[in-house]
Design a protein around this ligand. Sequence first.
Ligand code: FES
Length: 131
Amino acid sequence: MYSDKLIDHFRNPRNMGRMENPDGIGKVGNPVCGDVMYLYIKIKDNKIDDIKFETFGCAAAIGTSSVITEMAKGKTLDEALKITKKDVVDAVGGLPPIKMHCSVLAADALRAAIEDYRKKKGSGNDKPKDS
Ligand code: FES
């Protein structure tokens, strides 16, 4: 069954909700069950200054989403990119084998949000010119 830590994060999720004007958004769907997670980040000095999530999914998905926001907050982007799904599973004290796929959402959504931020930043403010 679920660990006490996972149940705590499911019942009292940290950093849950939508973020106004995020610097990066990661949206990931789980092909196994169809659940969806949105992860929003604000970046300051190349660090994750703020992070929020909205997860439409099971208890394991919500619990791991909540945990990864705590793990990623304050980290540099490169440090945050190193967080693996195993790190997330370990941080919640393990998951039942049948729920292991649920931990993929959180790690993938964080990566997607960072990539989104880097893509937007890389493109600068230049708009494509109409001619
Ligand atoms: Fe869908 Fe857990 S059952 S993420």
